[in-house]
Design a protein. Sequence first.
Length: 369
Amino acid sequence: MTRPADAVPPAALRRLADGLAAEASAALVRRGRSSLTFMEVCGTHTMAIARYGIKELLPAHVRLVSGPGCPVCVTPVGYVDHALALARLPDVIIATFGDVVRVPGSAGSLAAEQARGARVQVVFSSLDALKLARARPEAQVIFLAVGFETTAPTVAATLRTAAADDVPNFSVLCAHKTIPQALSFLAAPTRAALNGLLCPPHVSAIIGTRPYEAVAARGIPCVVGGFEPLDILLATAMLLEQRAAGVARVENEYSRVVRPEGNPRALALLEEIFEPCDATWRGLGPLPGSGLRLRPRLARFDAARRFAVEVPEAREPAGCRCGEILMGTIDPTGCPLFGTTCTPDDPVGACMVSSEGTCAARYRYGVQP
């Protein structure tokens, strides 16, 4: 079992980082390349990499870029616009995680609607939203269900309870997305060349490692790695070893938490409550089968079906390049708004709002423009 990073002296981390150079050289020679690009697809990874200066520990010819691993960031503007329209309805309380409140829609945010009198309640879980509905029977409580496979089971459990107890004033506006389809999109030959993927550990604890085998079959090594600096460096070394050996497979550095089969109970709960659907991702566009929606028997808890509202045509913030940042094609500093017009105190794009956003991480821990 890997020791936690706080039990490893900094010198040991430096020795491990220095040892990556030999692996990288072997991989580059075999591939006939001048550099290698790996992508992490987890918002918590993104923040940890920035916080601990992992990129500075890597060999100069190994690039680590951030992908669409922040669920708030990949939620499209149209979803925010839908939530804004629902917030304007009488006798409606919007229950949501804190990050979503400040994400800009086409014309404003939930924070702005709240300032105008809309009832927006920040909660820590979907169960808190259900408790709010029980406490406020005179209002319709709509929970904004945003997240990947990590949070979707908790929402599924809440919906199961709401259905069993027949809570009439609770519903969700569902924007859950599933990671494997996004990784397959990124692995397509027509996309920017990726030489390896650092797969998301939280998601993998639910779905396991097997869903990544389709990506590895396309020649892209995949490693599930933990969140500590040592985890991330070891996972990077494993990607380099695969490249040096000329193989592409799925490996699990985070075996102390993640199993190949994932969490069967959580997966069964997802299957019970949700069904796959097409979904739009900010930056990636529409991806078939990459979303989750409530099964027809739970339609009474689907806010999109229950409440008829007019949602305007979605408009991206002018000048914002979140989409390219989520694809890993540019660094946040490549956006002309970064650190000037767009800051954590006054964000223009979702990548600066979310605590897991690439721009937020770059701003907090990176070199300011």
